[in-house]
Design a protein. Sequence first.
Length: 211
Amino acid sequence: MLVSDVDSTFLTQEVIELVAEHAGAREQVAEVTTRAMRGEMDFTQSLHARVATLAGLPVSVLAEVRAALVPTPGALELVERCRAAGVVTALVSGGFHEAIDELAASAGIDHVLANRFEVRDGRLTGRVSGPIVDAQTKRRTLEELAARHGVPIERTVAVGDGANDAPMVRAAGIGIAFRGKPALVEVSDVHLEGESLLDVWPHLERILERD
């Protein structure tokens, strides 16, 4: 099983920064994102602060954001290889369903877990709807999906880039930091600095070869 973070891992961008650009708050949001990914700021607090800057935006901007998404080089090819090899795939994101679900469905991803924007009268309220997908949620999702599919935890691969991916990466059979922040690199089994997410594939092959 492969479980991947989304923003700056499966995608080249941070979705919330793309949304914030429409609110004229991209620089402010990017600064908070960077601090959170380095582990300098609590992720949940940082997310609430970033989403608050989006209050009043029409929900129609999310279609523009979806159209602007750029998968990381090799990401879609990695999913294709996983599907062909019978590897279960999941995206677990501190980002937002409204941005990534369409791309995930077209790529053939098996599971997606992310946050949701609260919307009222066709506009973002500046709040998150429902529980926050934080670092511990990511870890629990890895473990729950592995149990659901009957995949031993040692046959799982988790990949991310930021501090909020650390518990998930540590829990996986092989934990990968993809162009990762120091806080994640410290706890990962593998650190990839290349441009392509397809560099994850050889590590999945190692697990598949054990069959």
